[in-house]
Design a protein around this ligand. Structure first.
Ligand SMILES: [Zn+2]
Length: 413
C-alpha cells in the first residue's frame, strides 16, 4: 500500500520515531516552486523531485540535500521518512514490506492463537525486530523443547523478496489447513514444532524498496569501517568462515564481515538454534536459479560421513523431484564459505538445505520476477516443505527402505 497521507506520516513518526537508518535518512519535503527555474534550483541539490504542481514540488532528499534545500528558505513541510512509508513499486504491491509482514504474522497469531505464536528472533543491525513464528499443537507448548523441530529462514539477501513470501505463505497454509482439520497437516503440526522466520534481513530488504524502485541490494545495512555498507549475511556464519567464496573487501557484495557471526542477524540465528536443541532440520530460502542445495559449500569434497551424505542426497533428490529444481551441493554451484547450512550441519549436525527459488534465469525476471510468481512458486515448494517437516523427527528415515518407512509411517499416522 502506498500511503503518503499526512496523518499516517505523523502517526508513524510518533510510533516508530526513526528513519530507515541513521546514516541514510530520507526526508519527504514540500517546497513552493512555480517555474522550471525554481524547480531546477531544487533538483540541483541532488534531491529527487517526486511530483510537480503549478505551485510546488514534493521531493525525497537525503540529510545533506535537505540542509541545502532548507538554506533556500522556502521549505513548507518536511518529514523524516520511516521504513513504514517506503514500499514496493506499484506493480508489486502483493509483496509484503516490513510492516505489512509484521501485520500479516500478527493477524495469523491472533487468528490461530492455539497453534501459532509470534516471537522475536533478534535485532537487525539497525535495531529492527526480526520475527519468528512457531507453529505446533497446543498440547506441545509446555514440552516444546522435546518435540522435533524444523526451522525455515527467509531472505538472508535483501533483493530476494520472493524468499520472504514463500515462508509466510507456508505459515498461513499450515495454520489455515489445521483449522480446517486437514488430517495430514494436523498430524504434522501436532507432531512437530515448525519455526518460520520469513525475513532475516529487514534493513536490507527495506532499503531495497526504499525509493519505489528496486536497488538490487543484497547485504544487510551495517556501516563498514571504510564507509561502505553491508555484510553478506550468508557469508558470515561461523563454520569455515573466511575461506574461499567470501570477500574480505567491505564494499563487495559478498563481504564476509569482520569476523564469524559479526552480524546481529546471523547471531540471532545462532542463538536461536543453539537454544533449541530439538531443531533437526533447516531450510533457507533464496532466489533465484531453481536449485536444491546442500553441504558442502566451502569445499568440493563430499560430506565425510557416508550415511549423512546419503541423507542429504536422498532428500535433495526427492525434494527436487517435487519442485522440479536441480539438486546439488553448494560447491557444485560455486565455492562459498560462511554459509548457513555448512554451519548448521558442520557445527550442529542439522540437516540444512537451501532452495534457490524461481525463476531459472535473469531473462525470466531474476531477483524481481513480479508478484504473479508468488502463488505458483509457493505451490510448487509446498510438498518439499511438508516432506522436510515430516522427516524432521528423524531425517535418517529418508534412507530407510521403502518397507521400513511404510511401517514407520503407518505407526505414526
Ligand atoms: Zn541469496
Amino acid at each position: 500500500m502506498k500511503k503518503i497521507l499526512f496523518s499516517t506520516l505523523l502517526f508513524s513518526q510518533f510510533v516508530f520515531g526513526r528513519g530507515i537508518s541513521p546514516d541514510d535518512n530520507i526526508y519527504w519535503m514540500k517546497i513552493p516552486a512555480k517555474n522550471s527555474y525554481e524547480r531546477t534550483e531544487i533538483s540541483n541539490t541532488g534531491a529527487v523531485i517526486e511530483s510537480v504542481t503549478a505551485e510546488y514540488v514534493t521531493v525525497l532528499a537525503k540529510e545533506s540535500e535537505k540542509a541545502e534545500l532548507d538554506k533556500l528558505g522556502k521549505t513548507e513541510v518536511s518529514f523524516l521518512m520511516t521504513a513504514e512509508m517506503m514500499d514496493f513499486p506499484n506493480n508489486d504491491q502483493q509483496f509484503h514490506n516490513y510492516n505489512e509482514l509484521f501485520t500479516a504474522m500478527n493477524d495469523l497469531a491472533n487468528k490461530h492463537a492455539s497453534i501459532l505464536k509470534l516471537d522475536i528472533l533478534g535485532k537487525s543491525a539497525n535495531g529492527q525486530d526480526i520475527h519468528v513464528m512457531s507453529i505446533t499443537g497446543a498440547q506441545n507448548r509446555t514440552i516444546e523443547q522435546d518435540v522435533p523441530a524444523i526451522f525455515f529462514v527467509g531472505t538472508h539477501h535483501a533483493r530476494e523478496h520472493l524468499s520472504t513470501e514463500v515462508p509466510l505463505k507456508l505459515a498461513q497454509y499450515l495454520a489455515e489447513e489445521y483449522e480446517k482439520k486437514n488430517e495430514r497437516i494436523m498430524n504434522l503440526v501436532d507432531g512437530r514444532v515448525i519455526y518460520i522466520a520469513p525475513l532475516l534481513n529487514p534493513d536490507g530488504s527495506e532499503y531495497d524498496i526504499s525509493t519505489g524502485s528496486y536497488k538490487m541490494w543484497r547485504k544487510n545495512r551495517k556501516k563498514n569501517s571504510d564507509g561502505s555498507y553491508g555484510v553478506d549475511l550468508n557469508r558470515n556464519y561461523g563454520f569455515k568462515w573466511g575461506l574461499e567464496g567470501a570477500s574480505s573487501s567491505p564494499s563487495s557484495d559478498t563481504y564476509r564481515g569482520t569476523g564469524p557471526f559479526s552480524e546481529p542477524e546471523t547471531q540471532a540465528v545462532k542463538n536461536f538454534v543453539e537454544s533449541h536443541a530439538n531443531i533437526t532440520s533447516m531450510l533457507s530460502f533464496h532466489t533465484f536459479s531453481k536449485l536444491v542445495l546442500y553441504p558442502w559449500g566451502f569445499t568440493h569434497n563430499p560430506i565425510e560421513k557416508d550415511l549423512d551424505r546419503q541423507v542429504f542426497e536422498t532428500m535433495g533428490r526427492k525434494m527436487a523431484s517435487l519442485n522440479g529444481y536441480t539438486p546439488q551441493t553448494g560447491a557444485d554451484l560455486y565455492l562459498v564459505s560462511g554459509e548457513m547450512n555448512d554451519w548448521a550441519y558442520g557445527d550442529r549436525g542439522i540437516f540444512g538445505f537451501t532452495f534457490e527459488l524461481d525463476p531459472a534465469s535473469m531473462w525470466e525476471g531474476g531477483f524481481y520476477p513480479g508478484q504473479k510468481m508468488i502463488e505458483p512458486v509457493f505451490k510448487k515448494n509446498l510438498e518439499p516443505c511438508l516432506y522436510m517437516i515430516d522427516l524432521a523427527d528423524n531425517p535418517y528415515r529418508s534412507v530407510q527402505s521403502q518397507a521400513q518407512q511404510l511401517g514407520l509411517n503407518s505407526a505414526m499416522f
